[in-house]
Design a protein around this ligand. Structure first.
Ligand SMILES: Cc1cc2nc3c(=O)[nH]c(=O)nc-3n(C[C@H](O)[C@H](O)[C@H](O)COP(=O)(O)OP(=O)(O)OC[C@H]3O[C@@H](n4cnc5c(N)ncnc54)[C@H](O)[C@@H]3O)c2cc1C
Length: 366
């Protein structure tokens, strides 16, 4: 028998949800994280009175009633609605693609019918099954939107030309024929007041946490410490990469404190042209409505190839990596003491609500 019922590796949302729910069931928990902070990628740090999203901008949105109810136990959410702006060579557009975008792109567009006429006409350019991302995007929204708002942005994101990228990356493109700049269609949306760190702190209240603690520095010892392990680190790393390395895309963040109240007038501004290398600029104070800071904090987001020691931000779910992940998953299913969960251990992209839902489902079945 170990000292703990559960050792949880990783204090991100998957690990924190499991820790919270299992401790409510009376289980003795130890949660460890190799970083010096809890929260994983949703961690926010207070700088100049502003909650800065250190690992990329995070907007909570969900249609799950139970997840919304659950997170509201730990924080109050504000009414933030994600309405990003796109800047393309000095032109400003609203996202997601909606009537505000279309009426700015085509000067004769006033009604949904006008917009549809343009889009349908341009889509005709692709007559056969799309062979690559470029053809796929044009077949969905036409060339004008593709060239102004998709092409160069996607090429910066992936570091490849759109005609060399597979079509499956863009399965569908949300096109909205109303004058509505709300990015998400979900029932609930907002940002936890006081930041995500406060929310995760509340989830982990009363639970033993060890930070700066890498599971692999003492793997055998940790395996013996608890009856069960919930592992949310990288799947291939758990097996010491014995079948090969899974691929990721990374990001580089350049954060600046500016001596001005308002820099760009919006939380998220996408730069869709290739005249700059960054894809987005985040102005963190606009996620909140009560900031009185005379300064502002902005972050330039640069996509980057993943190299060892960088953060693994996005999985690359092409056939090659999916097959390798499947092979690792077969090994993980044979483990009787270790449960794998979360975005890294399952090698998949999860939104925050989906990762919390997955952890809730797991804990219900335990
Ligand atoms: C740039 C970006 C923006 C995003 N924006 C949104 C958004 O707006 N809305 C949304 O819903 N979702 C968003 N997401 C997704 C969101 O970040 C994830 O759903 C969520 O963070 C997943 O939680 P997790 O616990 O699975 O993983 P993580 O948050 O990555 O947590 C895993 C933890 O495990 C730790 N760990 C790993 N290996 C070890 C080890 N060996 N020993 C100890 N600890 C270890 C890590 O340090 C990390 O803290 C975004 C993701 C990215 C990359």
């Amino acid at each position: 028998m170990g000292k703990y019922d559960y050792l949880i590796v990783g204090a991100g949302l998957f690990g924190a949800t499991c820790a919270n729910l299992l401790s409510k069931k009376g289980k003795k928990i130890l949660i460890i994280d190799k970083r010096d902070n809890i929260g994983g990628n949703v961690y926010t740090e207070c700088i100049e009175g502003i909650n800065v999203h250190k690992y990329g901008a995070h907007i909570f949105h969900t249609s799950y009633d139970d997840v919304w109810e659950y997170v509201n136990n730990f924080a109050t959410f504000n009414r933030f609605t994600n309405s990003p702006i796109a800047i393309y060579k000095n032109e400003v557009y609203n996202l997601p693609f909606n009537m505000n975008t279309f009426s700015k792109i085509w000067k004769d567009v006033y009604t949904p019918e006008d917009a549809l006429r343009h889009i349908e006409e341009e889509k005709q350019e692709i007559k056969t099954n799309p062979k690559n991302l470029e053809e796929q995007a044009i077949s969905l929204v036409g060339r004008t939107i593709y060239e102004k708002l998709i092409k160069e942005y996607t090429e910066k994101q992936w570091g490849k030309n759109c005609n060399e990228l597979p079509a499956f990356i863009i399965k569908r493109l949300p096109v909205r024929f109303t004058y509505d700049n709300n990015y998400f269609n979900d029932k609930y949306q907002g940002i936890p007041i006081g930041g995500y760190t406060k929310l995760v702190e509340a989830m982990l209240d009363g639970i033993e946490i060890r930070l700066n603690t890498d599971f692999f520095n003492n793997k055998d010892e940790y395996l013996n410490m608890a009856d069960k392990i919930i592992y949310t680190g990288a799947l291939d790393e758990y097996y010491n990469y014995k079948l090969g390395k899974l691929e990721y895309r990374s990001l580089r963040f350049d954060t600046k404190i500016l001596d001005k109240v308002n820099y760009q007038g919006n939380a998220v501004v996408n730069y869709t042209g290739n005249e700059v290398d960054y894809t987005r600029v985040i102005e963190h104070k606009h996620f909140e409505f009560d900031s009185t800071s005379p300064k502002t904090v902005i972050t330039f987001e640069y996509p980057s190839n993943y190299e060892d020691s960088m953060e693994k931000y996005y999985t690359v779910n092409d056939d090659k990596n999916n097959q390798l992940a499947e092979a690792y998953k077969k090994l993980s299913e044979k483990e009787n003491k270790v449960i794998f969960g979360g975005r890294l251990a399952e090698y998949k992209y999860y939104d925050m609500d989906d990762v919390i839902k997955a952890a809730m489902d797991l804990c219900e079945n335990i």
